[in-house]
Design a protein around this ligand. Sequence first.
Ligand code: C2E
Ligand code: CA
Ligand code: CA
Length: 391
Amino acid sequence: GDRVLVALVCRLERAVRLGDTVARLGGDEFVLVCRVEGRQHAQLVADRVLEHVRSPYTIGEHEVELTASIGIALGADARDAAGLSIGIPADFLPADLLRDADVAMYRAKERGRARAEVFDDSLRTRLLTRTETEQALRRALERHEFELVYQPIYSLDDGALTSCEALLRWRRPGHGLVLPGEFIEAAEVLGLIVPMGAWVLREACRQFASWQCADPGASQFTLSVNVSPNQLVHPEFVSSVRSILAETGVAPELLSLEMTERALLGDLVGALLALDELRDLGVSVWLDDFGTGYSSLEYLKRLSLDGLKLDRSFVSGLATDPADEAIAGAVITMAHALGMAVVGEGVEHVEQQHRLAHLACDYAQGFFFARPLPAGAFSEQILGATARATA
Ligand code: C2E
Ligand code: CA
Ligand code: CA
């Protein structure tokens, strides 16, 4: 890895002019400060950099290929062909310039990587929206703007309710109900996910305990709660789980935590430690969105997880796409062989349910059974129906 970096830096230096600056920000991020004649010229330099980076590297006996995603921010004195200033105002700080370049780089990644994008007005608007969202998000917890909805998970064997997954919603003033896809990532970046996650766990456990109290004789189901990577590796995480369970009276055996493979990509040691402690505590751990990440078999072997959640993208093609059927079947067989159970996610049609059952999948979840519901509606429609069915 170090040798690739060194080789890469040589290429970068060759791609720019004498007097330009090449710096490594950290990891695999570099900054080039170049004197340019304007936007088109900047684009030209970027194309040259992409060109240089792209040709293969020979490291020892290995051939390595790299691509770069480039974000361009133009400084105050950048002018277009007509001599008009097209850069940002002169009172801008270098840190702002770096931030803008960063935002543009993310657009380059979104648009398929190995390309360059210039920071422009549309990105400026996006940046403003992001800043606004961040500020609103910081206050959302103390202003009690979060809510949970619950989605049932059923056994494909006998149709029994086996679990309910708590899903976070943000009732943002002026924006209606906001889905987690729009704010979880920001919450992670801002370091808000730890207090938010603790709130989710406490609220879900409190609700779950009250369901259990209301009908102690009801057949048992479990509670599933999503955990973000940064939350899992936080040093206080396991002790906060322990105290929330104690405080709400929920038995550890009835709690499942769902994490994605992303949790293992950062602080692997921290994640493994937390998983061990959770196991000691008696809490189950499931791997979420299985099939979308690295789906590393090495992890599956090492982690002794309780189960996998087969991602919706494979479930959606069941009954229409033979490739999805093959993948789903293989994942389920492998999971069972390793002593894990499988939940099929995102079941929207009865045929998908039939195919999953046919492939010996254990559990299923999706709009076909029920959408995520507020606690009240969940009691009435899901728990009520279960009670009526058993009565
Ligand atoms: P996930 O854990 O994979 O959750 C399932 C998502 O699929 C939910 O989206 C759910 O509404 C949606 N879904 C369920 N059945 C169907 C279906 O049949 N069709 C379709 N199209 N979608 C279905 P939601 O609630 O928007 O949550 C998105 C993601 O946000 C979750 O994906 C999870 O990764 C994350 N998330 C949600 N709540 C929390 C939380 O409390 N903490 C953390 N860290 N992440 C959360
Ligand atoms: Ca989940
Ligand atoms: Ca999932």
